[in-house]
Design a protein around this ligand. Structure first.
Ligand SMILES: Cc1ncc(COP(=O)(O)O)c(C=O)c1O
Length: 404
């Protein structure tokens, strides 16, 4: 994704042409970027060859999942729907892990019957249901125990999952208690210790603390785990000020840890694989000038991308045709939804903009389309993927008629 002679391109396609052809707003992905991200992730951790299970919650478009699968990744799912989808796309059960605090009886039964690699258990009550089902179905079920290590991921509080006050996982004492209590179970095999402390993590220290916490458990119990699942959470750079995780340091530490404990590592990355693979193309409907700023009213709203409203996240917005003129007045990029929180970005010194100009909201590949809604009775946007000079529609734009 780059400018060529002041026009923004996705691979070999001029972004303006996509709006001309399909209208706006529209999600547009780059195949090349996705494959690069997968390969970079793999090569960052190649010294210990982890099982990489793509976090399906971040993006479950079938075409994206097919590319992910083609490049050897497994899947991390958090619902019956996600599990059924990846199975239907041919993901191998022995590359699927299943997390979530509220898996229901029928969902667990389905997962057990499919012989997936791991069910990551988040409470003793869940484990008891699994044991009951295992007996009934005459299976020995492989589970992971999800640890809540009480580690602050130093990210947005709303996407932190590894502190005592968060609903996820079991604390150290509970894990040790469960390992003792179920030590002789003929129905359950404790194959993995798993952990996921949050998303958009840009500092190494939280991961270091997780490893310390797991080491403490492993040295307290004689149980031998075949796998340690370190979850996802690896942050991406959403803008110039954003920090990036030091993958070299992370990889070195985990390699040392895996060697010491002779276990295989699992990762569940979502954002780091798909986050920067997509942009949301949008058109300026109106420009409304007030005494001290301009509201740039665009045709994408919080129903099309909720991250700024939900998490205060900052996505850069770029013009599809670059101009050199600068405008010092403050700009608020807002959507058409009847909510004050329907605001994407406040910035100064933007280029001169006119009604009808086209823009791109950047880095919307993760937690973008999956969190869209029909709020204000607006249809969900179309998704397309570009591969060199080919464009493929990968979802349908909802029709207003269907909704009405
Ligand atoms: C259990 C679990 N694994 C993996 C992920 C993926 O996280 P990320 O997209 O930050 O890599 C999530 C999302 O928060 C999650 O809840």
């Amino acid at each position: 994704m780059h400018y060529k002679k002041n026009n923004f391109y996705i691979e070999k396609i001029k972004a303006e042409n996509l709006i001309k052809k399909y209208g706006s707003p529209i999600y547009c992905y780059s195949t090349k970027r996705l494959i690069e991200n997968i390969n970079n992730f793999k090569s960052s951790f190649k010294s210990f060859d982890p099982l990489i299970c793509f976090s399906v919650k971040s993006n479950y478009n079938s075409n994206i999942l097919k590319i992910v699968k083609k490049h050897g990744l497994g899947a991390d799912v958090v619902s019956d729907g996600e599990l059924k989808k990846v199975l239907s796309l041919g993901f191998k059960p022995n590359k699927i892990v299943y997390s979530g605090v509220g898996k229901k009886f029928e969902e667990l039964k389905f997962a057990i019957n499919k012989n997936i690699l791991l069910i990551n258990v988040e409470s003793e009550s869940e484990l008891k249901i699994i044991e009951k089902l295992a007996k009934k179905l005459k299976k020995k079920v492989s589970v992971g125990l999800r640890l809540n290590p009480n580690v602050d991921a130093k990210t947005n509080s709303k996407i932190s999952t590894g502190r005592t006050q968060d609903k996820f996982g079991l604390n150290k004492a509970e894990i040790i208690k469960i390992l003792n209590k179920f030590a002789n179970s003929k129905d359950i095999k404790f194959k993995c210790l798993s952990v996921h402390i949050g998303s958009q993590i840009t500092q190494n220290k939280p991961y270091d603390n997780v490893l310390i916490s797991i080491n403490a458990i492993l040295s307290k119990t004689k149980h031998k785990f075949e796998y340690v699942d370190l979850g996802g959470g690896m942050g991406i750079k959403y803008n110039k000020e954003g920090k990036k995780l030091d993958y070299t340091r992370l990889s070195k530490n985990i390699h040392k840890f895996a060697k010491k404990n002779s276990c295989k590592i699992i990762f569940e990355p979502g954002r780091s694989i798909v986050g920067n693979t997509a942009i949301l193309l949008t058109k300026i409907i109106y420009i409304k000038k007030t005494t001290n700023k301009k509201f740039i009213i665009i045709d994408a709203g919080m129903n099309d991308l909720i991250r700024p409203a939900l998490y205060n996240s900052r996505h850069d917005i770029i013009p599809l045709v670059k101009k050199s003129s600068k405008n010092s007045i403050s700009h608020d990029f807002v959507g058409p939804i009847c909510e004050t929180s329907d605001r994407f970005l406040r910035t100064k010194n933007y280029q001169q903009l006119n009604e009808g100009d086209n823009l791109a909201i950047k880095d919307v590949g993760a937690y973008g389309i999956v969190l869209t809604s029909n709020y204000n009775l607006r249809p969900r946007p179309l998704e397309v993927i570009v591969n060199k000079s080919n464009i493929k529609k990968i979802s349908k734009k909802q029709s207003l008629n269907d909704l009405i």
